[in-house]
Design a protein around this ligand. Structure first.
Ligand SMILES: [Zn+2]
Length: 207
């Protein structure tokens, strides 16, 4: 299965132009099996997404992109999240306590919003986003190096805010993912790989 794990919907991400309908329409067109909405510091779309999935049968999982004091971190499988910025370590601990997972979003992207060298310091992060739709090749290479060095699973995602970006990158799962729990367990056990969309299909990204 291919799932885009980092997407922004406009209701709770003020920098996004995408509605959930537009996201799903484009995701289906590209062949994605599910999408993840990870709005900035908000899981406000949870109820809407659950109702949407119930109505349409298309899986929409809601996580969060939390802007910690050291940079952006994606999280899934949680109910509670901080209402203000806290340290990366405190956020990771809070997510782990709830049985969730954390992924370092675009760790070396040139907007100073990645964890960068803090990856060497934090304990208990689950995975690293190696492919990100707004990240340049040098930063991608660094993320690959860190995924190998720290022996952490790698993911891919579009980080889309506009239609053209939906699904440009995704994450490949060899197992069926039916729930956010399945997603959490698959990433935690490293059963995932980054993928990219090319010539009308998804291909696994090897590095
Ligand atoms: Zn993002």
């Amino acid at each position: 299965m291919f799932i885009d794990m980092h997407m922004h919907e406009k209701t709770f991400s003020s920098d996004s132009f995408l509605s959930l309908d537009e996201i799903v329409r484009e995701a289906k067109k590209k062949g994605l099996d599910a999408v993840c909405i990870t709005d900035h510091d908000s899981m406000g779309l949870r109820d809407v997404a659950a109702a949407y999935t119930e109505r349409t049968g298309y899986p929409v999982f809601v996580g969060i992109e939390f802007y910690s004091l050291q940079g952006d971190i994606l999280a899934f499988g949680i109910d509670r999240y901080p209402k203000e910025r806290i340290s990366a370590q405190d956020f990771i601990d809070m997510v782990n306590e709830q049985g969730g997972i954390t992924i370092s979003a675009h760790p070396f992207r040139n907007n100073r919003r990645g964890l960068e060298g803090h990856l060497d310091i934090v304990k208990g992060i689950t995975a690293i986003e190696v492919l990100n739709g707004s990240t340049l090749p040098d930063a991608t290479k660094l993320a690959e190096d860190y995924s190998k060095k720290l022996c952490l699973p790698a993911t891919g995602s579009s980080d889309c805010h506009v239609t053209e970006k939906v699904g440009v990158y995704a994450t490949y799962f060899p197992d069926e993912i039916h729930s956010i729990r399945d997603l959490v367990e698959a990433v935690r056990s490293g059963r995932c790989k980054p993928a990219y969309y090319k010539d009308g299909t998804y291909k696994i990204y090897e590095f």
